[in-house]
Design a protein around this ligand. Sequence first.
Ligand code: NAD
Length: 263
Amino acid sequence: MDLGVKGKVALVAAASRGLGFAVARRLAEEGALVAMCSRDQVAIERAGKEVQAATGSQAYAAACDVTRAEEVEAFVAEVAHRFGRLDILVTNAGGPPPLSFEQTSLEDWHAAVTLNLISTVTLCKASVPHMKRLGAGRIVNVTSIAAKQPVENLILSNSSRAGVLGFSKTLSVELAPYHILVNTVCPGYTRTQRVIDLAKARVERYGISEAEAYDYWNRQIPLGRLGEPQEFADVVAFLCSERASYVTGTVVQIDGGFVQGII
Ligand code: NAD
């Protein structure tokens, strides 16, 4: 299937590793020109070079902390200036720390909402005017299964991610007249540094082995295993593509069947 993204400009946030990196690489494999950011200049430059070397597509990589509105605005403006357009936005960030309610401070709450909800808003705010000018666009907001099914000890994530679902659905309605399609994806347990960190936290919290931490997750996933970043990226690339031209306002789980709800 030709995704029809060749020559399109795709901005992928938080892309130095993990899910964001896999999406940037996948879109570049399909011929998109990608712009990638994360906080660390050295790491994102390395990631950009890796994408370019592996795919032959142009990859622009720069440091940008998505929790800082002024950095996001500057990065998006630079991408639109360099490439002359912006067709695709994939919002993404890191995840908040695993804590129970009583372990959290008010600062933790502000930080989590800024990291996972406000950063999505900021990236969309800066990008939508460029898409409106084109009269077309794709936005895919990366959140988490935590938005649909609360995860133990992740109250910060469970709360802030759910807000992204309400934001995305509303935005999809408001932007439909401009042919800008907005969807949300909910990754389940996927083999990245984030999951390694969460496994370590379970080892410390419960005094179990790392193998037991992974077994605990595998038992809850109907497909019986963690996902691979590539499997996540394939679905996101489809939603970014011309082939998904009648899909907007949806929430897609990429979780091996983890979420037990039926809607
Ligand atoms: P990861 O830790 O492997 O990578 C996170 C990326 O985000 C890195 O490139 C990091 O540099 C970047 N980043 C972090 N904070 C940033 C900031 N403020 N500004 C810019 N870049 C920033 O994580 P991942 O597994 O790739 O996860 C991506 C998102 O998906 C996270 O929000 C994570 O919580 C969520 N998620 C992941 C899983 C999973 O199993 N991997 C499951 C559900 C949700």
